[in-house]
Design a protein around this ligand. Structure first.
Ligand code: GUN
Length: 281
């Protein structure tokens, strides 16, 4: 069984991006800029934002994190986004989710100029992705897709089962797999026989947030399994896949931690570089 190393793959991607940022600097005499906005004190979000800021700096981009108190007025946030939309030094804007309840997530996502939407959450990018046009691609499914391609270059005709239908991952993941000519089954909490569905899969993408849901006897021999889950349990952080059991039947499997997680930030940096390049045209 191949343990797919997300940490190493992310490092390789960051190294490539660092070189690209340096050549962009020579060509345009400026570098891509990423602004990340955090509202409130969610502990996981604080760590994510710190890492996003750190890695962006590390590859030579301009990087700024704006931190606001939990009671920030929605109007103030929308005004700030408007200001960043107009700022030429800012190539990408990311508002860390979840947002406090009094702020309308949809309004915030739609306020970001879709050309600076490095999350790929703006309806314009969602629509472009599903129509097969050029778009920002949400970072987590993009990371999953790059890891999959490391194991199997040609995914054409493969049967992929996606567990979870979120806007952040399940739905855009489905679009990416369709682009690769996979046959895709989308499953979720109301799916009748999830085990049966999984057993038909050549590729499983588990993104539901249920600790070790996917068991060894749910997986066809030789399948590729990508685990997006990050679940806090008594025995520590575990994914949506029972790693030890599944590693006995799968051809390749991502670990948690060290699989999809590190790829997400590297893909955010990739999206920021892409937005910068498009803005120069
Ligand atoms: N919170 C958890 N994952 C994400 C993500 O990919 N983007 C944003 N903006 N917030 C998140």
């Amino acid at each position: 069984m191949l343990k797919i190393d997300g940490k190493e793959t992310a490092m390789e991607l960051r190294t490539e991006l660092k070189k690209e940022v340096s050549s962009l600097k020579s060509k345009y005499n400026k570098v891509p800029g990423l602004t990340v906005i955090l509202v409130g004190e969610d502990p996981a979000s604080k760590i994510y934002v710190k890492n996003k800021e750190k890695f962006a700096k590390e590859i030579g981009m301009n990087s700024e994190a704006l931190r606001y108190p939990v009671d920030l007025e929605e109007k103030v946030l929308l005004n700030k986004i408007d200001e960043l939309n107009k700022d030429d030094k800012v190539s990408g804007i990311l508002v860390q989710l979840p947002l406090p309840k009094h702020i309308d997530k949809r309004k915030v996502i739609e306020a970001i100029d879709h050309k600076k939407d490095v999350d790929g959450f703006h309806p314009m990018n969602v629509g472009n992705l599903s129509s097969g046009y050029d778009s920002s691609i949400p970072c987590t499914p993009l990371g999953c897709s790059l890891l999959l391609k490391k194991v199997e270059k040609n995914l054409s005709g493969k049967h992929a089962v996606v567990i979870g239908r979120s806007n952040l991952n399940g739905k855009p993941m489905t679009q990416l797999l369709l682009k690769e000519n996979c046959t895709v089954t989308i499953t979720h909490s109301k799916t009748k026989d999830l085990k049966e569905e999984c057993l038909r899969a050549d590729i499983i993408i588990a993104a539901v947030g249920i600790p070790e849901l996917v068991k060894g006897d749910w997986v066809k021999k030789g399948a590729i399994v990508i685990d997006v889950g990050i679940n806090k349990t008594e025995k520590g952080i575990v994914g949506d896949v029972a790693f030890d059991e599944v590693s006995k039947v799968a051809k390749a499997l991502t670990p948690v931690p060290g699989g999809v997680g590190p790829m997400t930030i590297a893909c955010l940096l990739k999206n920021t570089v892409e937005c910068f390049k498009k803005a120069q045209k």
